[in-house]
Design a protein around this ligand. Structure first.
Ligand SMILES: Nc1ncnc2c1ncn2[C@@H]1O[C@H](COP(=O)(O)OP(=O)(O)OP(=O)(O)O)[C@@H](O)[C@H]1O
Ligand SMILES: [Mg+2]
Length: 270
């Protein structure tokens, strides 16, 4: 069985996609088999993992749309996985075409359980499945990801004064869904991004987040704010390939280790 983790926050631009792809990359480098499912029709994870290839250039049958296609049976997640140049890391692309598939599905249960069912058809092919989710609280794709996943990591942007407002709505949505599904999706923790520990604003936010979520729920590691992030995206590279000795790569290594500790998981083969 894979361990499934959705990175979520319905606020846009907080760093979800950057955290998903770079955590997935780190896990793959450690020897795990990792799948990223791009649940955001913007296709940002798709273009990052697909080395800059335009999301709309993937044929619908090879994207997440296939799971919602009324014209075919649900395919397995594995059958849609596209390998990346990093060994052990693959992804399922997404693009704006998915909306017409979802609309055509009408009120079929697949509309909300599609990804979950696609996972159940090949549950053993990956060690980790990470879901990148869209910046919206209402919506079929976020709901699909929250139903399919075991855990949620809430990504909190440290730069914004309003970073903490609205998170309780996301928590409410998760608790509400848990009443409707057989397993319980847990909030594994809160990850601070774009964090600059030298500024008072970031320190204040960290204190407020600790108070709100509890010290044991906030990951110790914050992902620093760095121009290297955008530079690596523009070059179509993962951060630890682009700047292996830099602070951001170190932060992703340390965050991934914390994640594994929290899940009580050893390196593959240990
Ligand atoms: N640690 C960081 N330091 C500096 N810039 C960052 C960092 N993380 C993300 N960014 C930048 O912030 C922007 C938003 O990041 P990202 O796309 O990961 O956010 P998102 O939450 O996935 O957005 P959306 O909600 O639109 O999907 C991007 O330009 C990205 O390069
Ligand atoms: Mg994103």
């Amino acid at each position: 069985m894979a361990i499934k983790i959705a990175f979520a926050n319905h606020k846009g631009g907080v760093g979800k996609t950057v955290c998903v792809v770079n955590t997935a990359h780190r896990l793959a480098k450690m020897g795990f088999k990792v799948l990223v499912v791009d649940c955001d029709a913007q296709g940002n994870a798709t273009s990052t993992l697909g080395a800059g290839k335009e999301p709309l250039s993937y044929p619908a049958a090879q994207t997440l749309s296939a799971i919602f296609s009324i014209e075919a049976d649900t395919p397995s997640l594995s059958s849609l996985a596209i390998p990346t140049k990093t060994e052990g890391l693959s992804f399922i692309p997404n693009n704006l075409d998915i909306y017409s598939s979802i609309t055509n599905l009408g009120e079929s249960p697949r509309k909300f359980f599609g990804i979950s069912r696609a996972y159940e058809m090949s549950p053993k092919d990956f060690d980790f499945i990470l879901f990148d989710t869209p910046p919206s609280l209402e919506g079929v794709l976020l709901t699909n990801a929250l139903i399919a996943t075991d855990h949620v990591i809430i990504v909190v942007e440290s730069e914004s004064t309003y970073a903490l407002s609205g998170i309780k709505n996301l928590i409410k949505a998760i608790v509400g869904l848990n009443r409707e599904i057989t397993h319980q999706t847990s909030i594994l923790g809160y990850l601070l991004t774009k964090f600059d520990g030298r500024t008072n604003a970031a320190k204040t936010l960290k204190n407020a987040a600790t108070e709100l979520f509890g010290v044991e729920r906030l990951f110790d590691t914050g992902i620093p704010n760095s121009t290297k992030v955008n530079q690596s995206i523009m070059k179509g590279e993962m951060i630890c390939d682009f700047d292996p000795e830099g602070n951001i790569c170190k932060a992703f290594k340390s965050f991934t280790q914390e994640l594994l500790n929290r899940l009580d998981i050893n390196k593959p083969g240990e």
